[in-house]
Design a protein around this ligand. Sequence first.
Ligand code: MN
Length: 288
Amino acid sequence: MMNSIGIYYAYWTREWDADFHPYIDKVADLGFDVLEINAGTAARMTPAERRELRSHAADRGITLTYCIGLAPDCDIASPETQVAQRGEACLNQISTAVGEMGGGKVGGILYGAWPMTLPAGDTDRRPYLERSISIMRRAARVAADHNVIFNLEVVNRFEQFLMNTCAEGIDYLNAVGAKNVRLLLDTFHMNIEEDFIEEAILRAGDHLGHFHIGENNRMPPGYGSIPWTRIAAALRKIGYTGDVVMEPFVQPGGQVGADIRVYRDLSAGLDLDSEARKALHFMRGVLK
Ligand code: MN
């Protein structure tokens, strides 16, 4: 299989904002093809800073992909018009910024805020979905104008309420009906919500635009109980040639540790760089 393999920068950081330049060199030296960075940070950079980042990545043969969960005050599913409008502006700003960098893939919780629960007292998520879908239709057109693909990440129930399974994600995509809005599946979340991970991948089929990998406890691939061989077979079956990006979270502390709820040090006794290299080799073996 010809998948490019990547890693999310926040494996190494305790804060979401970061200078991505050192991580371009690090992941290139480790042998990765892709570095996934924070779309929000990229959107706040100056055009000159974005140009530098883009050319550094190109020099090192690294493809950048982008990820974000919308902040609660930028939630396109919100009943508060101003909040939803801010969310739409945020998506458009990201599309413009990523477009400046040559376009590409923006993934994550773009359809609502992260983390977010169905507000207390509400039992029906349909109004939230309807608001999200109608804004997503417009935002997708802006994204397309900037050569951007939105990959909507299906996450577990403890992090979002709008879609928790691949089937729910497909329903949302069908309602939006835009070619540049696709699905992002993540083995960590699928392990919690799907009956069978392989079936979810097969169901996603051509809708799958991006793929996150991590163990059941968000350790790097190769440590836990995720069925990697069966996952690779399912990806092969649907002809998935897109990126496979690992997203391990192993360090407590900072905003990253707090948001991801890393309360124990899963990195104890481990060297982060050599673990990343090991996981890369493991996945190359699994995906070949
Ligand atoms: Mn993910």
